[in-house]
Design a protein around this ligand. Structure first.
Ligand code: PLP
Length: 374
């Protein structure tokens, strides 16, 4: 195979879709600031190219979980504002301050460590409040002491509180509304303490679209910028979003078999008539969920057919009937439904999970290619 040939297992990312999705979401949401979330390898789309594409589409902040992800963006020469919000006890806060990375701080201990990390550059922090997700952040009970200490450190010139933020549980209208009220109380406590954070933010993609009252100064948009819906009851196309990723593989083998042929481990699939089986060289080691055995949809020879039998570590089989299919033809697992391809959501439905998990777990031997950078 020549080096320029298409990879046998390819996740192709159309970066113009990411830029375009940011533009579409910004028109819907209209906050002053837009953070593109590029954690977890840009949701399995490539962190650095996705970040650049999102900035080209009008995002003015980047969000990641941990500092290693933030340092990777800086190492690639990306100078846009970056916020990282999930830190272990040894995380390199001094390196973050040097690199101009904002620290999301979730405890008094992290606040003190941020202040101690200030050198020639002063630590920029954003205070994380747990308004009801029950995950990271200080609770409302701890909030008064937390913002008082933040204000004291800011008064001493040891850090600057640039933002205050929280994250919704998407647990339903009433719970989200309760979180919004709790966030208002945290903002009031911060104001009483004398803090003037310019970035107040609460919503990720779902909340940003559905809850105008959760938008504040900035929204943190992850899944939506990749053209994947945050929920299984809405399609990205409803908002004008386009999936950026196409996962395909070159068919590695084709054979004609008689009725009654058992397929793959355990023979959970058996042919009912003479038919053609095509072998797709992707398996659970590449992030294809084994739970989608017998169900995951594949576009091959112009038709969508389910995986036949078990998905194995490296490969699975599709029964294409009498459709003419040849070795080297592309089997598309994930793409744009507008082109007849299955979606990440379809694979999520086939394996009882969410589309986030489908795209972020892709890996193994899949080669990533990117096009459409502006
Ligand atoms: C992952 C994450 C987001 C992005 O969520 P989406 O639903 O993908 O838009 C936003 N904020 C925080 C704190 C996150 O961890």
């Amino acid at each position: 195979m020549s080096p320029t040939a298409r990879p046998a297992r390819e996740a192709h990312v159309d970066l113009s879709a990411i830029s375009g999705n940011v533009e579409v979401l910004r028109r819907i949401i209209r906050t002053e600031h837009t953070m593109a979330v590029v954690k977890a390898r840009g949701y399995g789309h490539g962190a650095v190219p996705s970040a650049r594409a999102a900035l080209d589409g009008g995002a003015d902040w980047l969000g990641v979980a941990d500092l290693d992800e933030a340092f990777e963006l800086r190492a690639a020469g990306i100078t846009a504002p970056v916020l990282a919000w999930l830190h272990d006890a040894d995380a390199d806060f001094a390196g973050a301050v040097d690199a101009g990375i904002d620290l999301g701080v979730s405890s008094l201990a992290q606040l003190e460590r941020a202040a101690a990390a200030s050198g020639p550059a002063i630590a920029m922090v954003q205070l994380k409040i747990d308004t009801g997700l029950g995950r990271n952040g200080v609770t409302l009970d701890e909030c008064a002491a937390f913002v008082a200490e933040a204000a004291r450190l800011e008064g001493l010139g040891r850090l600057r509180v640039r933002g205050i933020f929280s994250h919704l549980a998407n647990a339903g209208e009433a719970d989200d509304a309760a979180q919004r009220s709790a966030f208002d109380r945290a903002l009031a406590l911060a104001a009483v303490a004398g803090l003037t954070p310019e970035l107040r933010h609460l919503a990720a993609t779902g909340g940003a679209i559905d809850r105008p009252d959760a938008r504040f100064d900035l929204v943190r948009l992850g899944i939506g910028i990749y053209g994947v819906s945050p929920s299984d009851d809405r399609t990205p196309a409803e908002w004008g979003l386009r999936p950026a990723l196409e996962l395909s593989a070159a068919i590695a083998g084709v054979k004609r078999v008689p009725a009654g042929t058992g397929v793959s481990y355990g023979h959970t699939y058996r042919t009912t008539e003479a038919t053609t089986l095509a072998l797709v060289p992707l398996g659970y080691a590449d992030g294809i969920p084994r739970h989608a055995s017998g169900r995951g949809p594949v576009l091959v020879g112009g038709r969508v057919v389910p995986v036949a039998g078990r998905i194995a570590m490296d490969q699975f089989v599709v029964d294409v009937g009498d459709t003419p299919v040849s070795v080297g033809d592309r089997a598309v697992l994930i793409g744009d439904p507008a082109d007849g391809a299955p979606s990440a959501q379809d694979w999520a439905d086939a394996s009882d999970t969410i589309a986030y998990e489908i795209v972020t777990r892709l890996g193994g031997r899949i080669r990533y290619t990117h096009s459409g950078a502006r």
